[in-house]
Design a protein. Sequence first.
Length: 427
Amino acid sequence: MSAITPYELRNAEGKSFGNQPLSICDETFTPLEVQYDLESARPLFTKKNIEAGPANIWRYRSLLPIPEGFEPDLPVGFTPLVRAKNLGKRIGATNLYVKNDAVCFPTLSFKDRVVSVALANAQYFGFTTVGCSSTGNLANSVAAQAARLGIKATILVPADLEPAKILNTLVYGAQLVRIDGNYDQVNRLCSLIADQYNWGFVNVNLRPYYAEGSKTVGYEIAEQLGWRLPDNVVCPMAGGSLIRKIRKAFNELIYLGLVEDKPVRFFGAQATGCSPIVHAVRENLDRIEPQRPNTIARSLAIGNPADGPQAAKMIRDSGGWAEDVSDVEIVSGIQELAETEGIFTETAGGVTTAVTARLLAQGRIGADELTVSVITGNGLKTTDAITDQYTLGRPVRSRLSDFDEYLNEINGISADEEGELALAGGK
Ligand SMILES: *Cc1c(COP(=O)(O)O)cnc(C)c1O
């Protein structure tokens, strides 16, 4: 089965570039987008076909840029959308959901979605080596998926990336090059390498195809809400692609009649130490003023975001807003989500959670509105960010009396007293 909707790259003015490994229009220097012949998608992209599909992103394949003959078999995505009653109670929301890409397959971030679509195209275009410039999660996903497809991977990262993200790349046998510099410098170098070596860089020359993978977050949210759109989406931003593609997914669902049209407000989240898109939204700029990143939210640390201007415009057009939070708030956000919902997210998810709380406190998001907070990565990859929040207790001998004594020591109350209190409370 491979019913595909015709697609091609176009610039913002609608000029066609066919299908090729190219990300920027050489005349307007704006990002190229994959555009579909939506009318021919109408009989394919139906609720019935989608629901009969596999429980992964390929159930939406008729609106993904999947080249002729490619049969995807990796079960990427379709992560849980969970009702977050406890977190909601803590931060003042009665209708809050968390989209949990902390458990995305195979490498525990939403980047698995974009990489699977990009690598399908890399193979189609005949690249024998693929790569990426990465703030960490993309590196992990390219390394893992290239290993499975048997393609060589060369991955460039800023030299001072978190150790867990480096190890999570090396383990798949990828070639990792640590560059002295920040992400924006790494990314510029990758553009030169892609041309010089004829390699397929998923987020450089394959970027338009890569970016389409993010639409699946939007499709899943709508389907998991029972084919409805939420009132608000709160989404972390690095390059600004994910938040735009959730909007694009909603637009396609509306156009094809799978959901009712209604206003959805988009809220962007960044760390204060790297918040160029938030700045553009606040100041109503149509361009990005690049920043030098300095934040623990490394996965969002892109100072000159490729989709920044378009993301800022989309957010404003939707009636939404953007906020940034400090590193201290990011750590609290990670802890809050873990303590209330049992979800351990990385620093980017701390950003999203803290920004969601801020927007509720400001009244920009109403307490009873249906709000989806998009959690994009797993906390096991950024444990450095929170280790100093916890101290280990001393080891205790394996005897009940030692345990009693220890509890007394840490709680300042003896086991006997605790028993009596419990009895008194039970009356
Ligand atoms: C890459 C990344 C993002 C942001 O994605 P963009 O599409 O570049 O805005 C958000 N969260 C995590 C964990 C990421 O790795």
